[in-house]
Design a protein around this ligand. Structure first.
Ligand SMILES: Nc1ncnc2c1ncn2[C@@H]1O[C@H](COP(=O)(O)OP(=O)(O)OP(=O)(O)O)[C@@H](O)[C@H]1O
Length: 239
């Protein structure tokens, strides 16, 4: 579904993504992890048309290089951000509705908004101002706006950041349901290894923009190079 080949992004002297190649199959939950500054969010910025790049990104066979972000969204690629982005002057339902305008039909779709609110269990909060919701509520609204575009693939950027154990469990269940019940392929950037090993079928670890390891998550987290560059001996001893 998404094929990334020899992707490179330089910011001046800094090589943020370095000759990176990977493939995400339809229906998969695919994980990406690595140290702070490894280039993870930059990969999303490249896939969603925020920056130009060297190399190739094919989505369902279509090259997306040079395409505007709204055109990429129309193709079926949507994303969330590490810090929830909501619209302060809009309610939860209105914020989710904004996503409809970036989907394949570009038209507001009340039935779709209602369906997403029910799916996210947000009925009680639908008329609350989005920026007055708690962190989990804001995250759900952001995910809801992304789902309103009717994505084929959803890119989640550290969805668990700042969440407690109970919220992490809720979000994990939600991500599984988006994948299984809505049929959305997912890429998830995350630092919590237990989340990645439970959710993903394939895990890519990067450092300094380049691949360190890729494969079965349980095997990848035992890779000595991954332990050395990212997880640390302490993690290996305690896991
Ligand atoms: N627009 C930009 N201009 C210049 N440098 C940038 C830009 N965006 C990212 N970088 C740099 O590229 C490198 C990779 O950043 P990126 O945000 O992709 O890392 P990350 O793996 O997502 O980190 P974190 O886990 O902290 O979110 C960093 O050194 C960052 O400072």
């Amino acid at each position: 579904m998404l094929r990334v080949s020899h992707l490179t992004k330089k910011f001046g002297e800094l090589v943020a993504v370095n000759d990176l190649s990977f493939h995400v199959a339809e229906g998969q939950i695919y994980g990406i992890a690595g140290p702070n500054g490894a280039g993870k969010s930059t990969i999303y910025n490249l896939i969603t048309g925020y920056h130009d790049f060297e190399g190739e990104i094919l989505f369902d066979g279509t090259p997306i290089a040079g395409m505007a972000p709204h055109k990429i969204a129309q193709l079926g690629i949507s994303r969330t951000f590490q810090v929830p982005e909501t619209f302060p002057s809009l309610t939860a339902a209105q914020s989710i509705g904004v996503g409809c305008h970036f989907g394949d039909s570009e038209a507001y779709d009340q039935a779709r908004v209602d369906e997403i609110i029910a799916f996210l269990d947000l009925a009680q909060d639908r008329d609350c101002m989005a920026d007055e919701l708690n962190l989990l509520g804001k995250k759900k609204v952001m995910i809801g706006a992304a789902l309103a575009t009717r994505p084929k693939i959803l890119l989640l950027d550290e969805p668990m950041a700042g969440s407690n154990a109970h919220e992490i469990r809720d979000l994990m269940e939600l991500i599984k349901r988006i994948n299984q019940e809505m049929g959305v392929t997912i890429i998830i950037i995350e630092h919590f290894m237990k989340v990645l090993t439970e959710l993903t079928q394939k895990l890519l670890i990067i450092d300094a923009g380049a691949r360190i390891a890729e494969g079965d998550p349980e095997e990848v987290i035992r890779d000595p190079h991954v332990i050395e560059c990212y997880l640390g001996e302490e993690y290996a001893d305690n896991s």
